[in-house]
Ligand binder design. Structure first.
Ligand code: CIZ
Ligand code: SF4
Length: 304
């Protein structure tokens, strides 16, 4: 079917349903193009909480739609493709986390936002890749449990003066990038600035010039006087990087860097979820309330 017809249908249905379409920075270009707001998971969840609209269509993965449902409980949250999950978020379950809590009684748990609502409910505070070091440094405790990403965990541990107990999880997409691939790319493009996501392995972060969340990368590229950048994160970010900086060059190392879950959402899914008002994502009140407390504690920490 003709794409323009689907796009017209989506825009008409979004109006009829009073829906706000949000797209994560890793979504396919055509999804990012049609979204009203693009961004990282936290910025999108905050936009969901602040909008006057009744329906939120979250083009991203399941934990992100859950975060929107936690922060905006009075709204209907739709996840256009119900199979869009996050393997890293699935690497920690509440039962396994409870075991670790029992092992380190009284030690606070800092949960990366890439976790389920049930895991957030069992944590003390959340963090994102943009504020992780700040969140952990803000805690009065000299010992913390960091879940679920060991790479982000190790990055945080190297920036704070605390004993950090790391969970053995990772993003399978970022974790498989090799420092050799980044170094080869740097050698080929000696004038390029390398920006890496903290979900990449420590050896990659060591050779990167900047370690940034997706929102941080977009801001850095926009405001930097450099013209050329090596990008070590999921390729979907290229869509906004190109829109914001038509005169700058963005290069990827020789690595696929595609998250299949982020690419599951299609324009057809988007149209069909607006037609049928499903799949919906909701969070039961007994999980939502403690999960909300963990997110609110993070949001109470002043941003830069
Ligand atoms: O929190 C997000 O949106 C993710 C998964 C990546 C990032 O750094 O923005
Ligand atoms: Fe999860 Fe990694 Fe995909 Fe992000 S890129 S959604 S962390 S698997």
């Amino acid at each position: 079917m003709d794409t323009t017809l689907i796009v017209d249908d989506i825009l008409r249905l979004a109006k009829e349903r009073d829906a706000l379409i949000l797209a994560h920075n890793y979504q396919c270009d055509e999804i990012q193009d049609i979204a009203e707001i693009t961004g990282d998971s936290l910025a999108l969840s905050i936009a969901a909480a602040e909008t006057e609209k009744k329906v939120i269509v979250f083009c991203g993965v399941h934990f992100m739609a859950e975060s929107a449902a936690i922060l905006a409980p009075d709204k209907t949250v739709l996840l256009p493709n119900k199979d869009a999950g996050c393997p890293m978020a699935d690497m920690v379950t509440p039962a396994a986390l409870q075991k670790m809590r029992d092992q380190y009684p009284g030690v606070p748990v800092v949960a990366y936002v890439n976790t389920s609502a049930a895991t957030k409910a069992l944590s003390d505070i959340c963090c994102t890749s943009a504020n992780a070091v700040k969140v952990v440094a803000s805690l009065p405790d000299d010992e913390v449990i960091l879940i679920p990403d060991r790479n982000l965990g190790q990055y945080i541990a190297s920036h704070v003066d605390k004993v950090c107990h790391l969970w053995e999880g990772c993003c399978p997409i970022h974790d498989q990038l090799l420092s050799e691939q980044v170094v080869a790319c740097k050698e080929e493009h000696p004038n390029a600035i390398c920006m890496a996501h903290p979900e990449c392995p420590p050896a990659v972060l060591e050779v990167a010039d900047q370690i940034l969340s997706t929102g941080g990368m977009l801001e850095f590229a926009r405001t930097s006087s450099h013209k050329s950048f090596i990008i070590a994160t999921e390729r979907g970010i290229l869509c906004q990087l190109r829109k914001d900086n038509p005169d700058k060059e963005f290069i990827f190392p020789e690595y696929e860097f595609i998250c299949e879950d982020m690419k599951r959402t299609t324009l057809e899914d988007l149209r069909s979820c607006l037609q049928n008002m499903e799949p919906q994502v909701s969070v039961a009140e007994e999980i939502r309330v403690p999960a909300h407390r963990s997110l609110e504690r993070m949001l109470a920490i002043p941003r830069d």
